[in-house]
Ligand binder design. Structure first.
Ligand SMILES: [Zn+2]
Ligand SMILES: [Zn+2]
Length: 392
């Protein structure tokens, strides 16, 4: 049994702790009340937060360092996914930014990552599906308002050759536009917006830069690559992939500072992906899990939406499975693999785990990352380093 004085001493300590905690709770409650009810304190706090956020965004190191960066600004597909924008990957090197695809919602992701709109003057399209071009108007407008001084140049596939054009049920050949024509349509749709903004702040926004200009990239030979961008050591080449009946569709190989990355675009498994990924440090490849899409299609059938179920099954034919993506990376000897354009939408950790079934076994050596919006991949020039960072 403890002597009496020890018991008293213990009680006194507990009391002091209780009083201390009470005082602390009072102080916290008081501070919260001040913030919640005093407008001048609110103003000061919010203003300080704005300055901090803007100076952080104005000083992102990836715009200044000597590395090839690939920022995933959209890793979703046409299937709605609140956590993933449509297809988008920004190439950032030596202060230059080239955006590959501008899927719906991708501008917001670029802005959240701190990519300055003024630095975006070139967009490369892999193909003209809506989930890769839906934010083109927004990207053009926001980069212009952000200070871009030249028109936005958009490069992408030409119209399909007449023999490659798709037909409708009656066998009539359907017309299809190439990038030049599609971008002309976007530009026309955004003309009124540009006029309103010029009227409002004509001395702040250069009129000429409001335009966006589409260019068709001449179709390369079956096993060839064509250079589409070559500025200050940043070189980007387009090569053919197979997203039939979307024809032609391109993948891109990016080289800078002795480092290289490949962005697949949408495609089924093709030899060109292995061919042009050889010697690259990272392959960013689309992936569709057919078993999971079949589950989704059955769920659609069961819930009375057979039409959507059939459409979901059709999608399986022109994409690459995660295991095939791993095989491509292994065959090409690419040390780092990042999956993107995940189909179906992966809503939780269990679905992400299922999506990757069989990948580790097929991959062999080398790592695999399931991509997400805001993932920054960095390849410092003249080294073998590879780092990834979540920007938001
Ligand atoms: Zn797509
Ligand atoms: Zn597509």
């Amino acid at each position: 049994m403890l002597p009496l004085k020890w018991g008293l001493k213990g009680n006194g300590r507990m009391k002091r702790i209780a009083i201390g905690l009470g005082l602390l709770a009072g102080l916290v409650a008081g501070a919260v009340a001040v913030v919640w009810f005093v407008p001048s304190v609110q103003d000061a706090l919010v203003k300080r937060g704005m300055v901090q956020a803007l100076s952080k965004a104005a000083n992102v190191s990836f715009m200044r360092d000597k590395a090839l960066h690939i920022l995933l600004c959209g890793t979703g597909s046409p299937m709605p996914d609140l956590t993933r924008a449509g297809g988008c990957a920004a190439v950032i090197a030596g202060g230059r930014v080239v955006v590959i695809d501008a899927g719906p919602g991708s501008w917001a992701k670029l802005a959240a990552a701190g990519v300055p709109g003024a630095s975006i003057d070139t967009v490369l399209l892999t193909h003209l599906h809506s989930d890769h071009i839906g934010d083109l108007g927004e990207l053009a407008t926001q980069s212009w308002l952000g200070g871009r001084k030249v028109p936005l140049n958009v490069y992408g596939p030409p119209a399909p050759q007449p023999s490659e054009r798709v037909s409708d049920a009656e066998g009539d050949v359907l017309g299809a536009a190439g990038t030049e024509e599609a971008v002309k349509g976007f530009a026309e749709a955004y003309n009124a917006d540009a006029d309103f903004r010029i009227a409002q702040g004509h001395d702040l926004v250069p009129t000429e830069a409001a335009r966006m200009i589409g260019h068709d990239i001449a179709r390369p030979g079956a096993e060839e690559a064509v250079t589409v961008y070559d500025q200050d050591g940043l070189k980007i080449q387009a090569f053919l992939v197979n997203h039939d009946p979307v024809e032609p569709a391109y993948g891109y190989r990016i080289d800078y500072g002795g480092r290289a990355a490949v962005v697949s675009g949408d495609t089924k498994k093709v030899a060109n992906m292995v061919r042009f990924s050889r010697g690259a440090d990272v392959l960013v490849h689309e992936a569709l899990n057919p078993d999971m899409v079949e589950m989704l299609a059955s769920a659609l059938d069961q819930t009375g939406n057979k039409r959507a179920g059939t459409m979901a099954r059709q999608v399986i034919a022109y994409h690459t499975t995660p295991v095939e993506v791993a095989e491509i990376a292994k065959e090409a000897g690419v040390p780092h693999l990042v999956m993107t354009h995940m189909v179906p939408p992966l809503r939780n950790a269990l679905m992400r785990r299922m999506f990757m079934r069989g990948v580790a076994a097929a991959r062999g050596a080398g790592d695999t990352v399931l991509g997400y919006d805001g993932l920054l991949i960095s390849l410092p020039a003249g080294s073998k380093a590879f780092t990834t960072k979540r920007l938001f």
